[in-house]
Design a protein around this ligand. Sequence first.
Ligand SMILES: NCc1ccc(-c2ccccc2)nc1
Length: 250
Amino acid sequence: MRLDVVTIFPEYLEPLNVSLVGKARARGQLDVHVHDLRGWTYDRHHTVDDTPYGGGPGMVMKTEPWGEALDTVLADGYETGSHEPALIVPTPSGRPFTQELAVHLSERPWLIFTPARYEGIDRRVVDEYATRMPVHEVSIGDYVLAGGEAAVLVITEAVARLLPGVLGNADSHRDDSFAPGAMANLLEGPVYTKPPVWRGREIPEVLLSGHHARIARWRRDEALRRTTANRPDLIERCAPEAFDKKDREM
Ligand SMILES: NCc1ccc(-c2ccccc2)nc1
């Protein structure tokens, strides 16, 4: 997979050099290109924004730098064999980013991220590139950041970990809270590891029983408890077997 990010804060994307994404890049599973939008400005102040038509607070990111940047990125990608790009626009006014969308994006060959700053990007940029590729306007939550770069890090990590061979244990993401199956849409329950006693606190006995069906049942019940407490909205989306009374390997 090729990833391009066009941003006025390229240093914000340094985390893409470390950890899971960094290792995927080192293994050649991800080809990441970060571009400074100001490289496509020609005035002394490297201007990327201007006042909004119609008035109102803040500034809007200008069309020309984005157009030149995206045309360059597309030309470079196509020239080096990439194909079928999708544009990912992090924005508070986008559709919610979900595990389902992460899975969809992980199956694409090329993602181009356009994190905005200020009040956002002149709408004509999305309109222009939507004629050439799928555009996903994506929100990572109901809050407003100072820009979309943090959202790029979130989306990239959620997508990269789904790429074949990126996660050590091939099954790891199968147990994700939001992956299909009996535990789908359930939040993870509590987890424990050694020492067996810590500051007088012991491990739930069932986890030491070696009785796998009971352990699976306990984990399901704890996940239901946490989901009911923290995300009641997810309960209605759970698979019926999540409420299954029978003890069986889950
Ligand atoms: N849903 C998270 C999110 C994503 C992007 C932005 C944002 C803020 C300012 C300018 C451009 C994008 N804010 C929140």
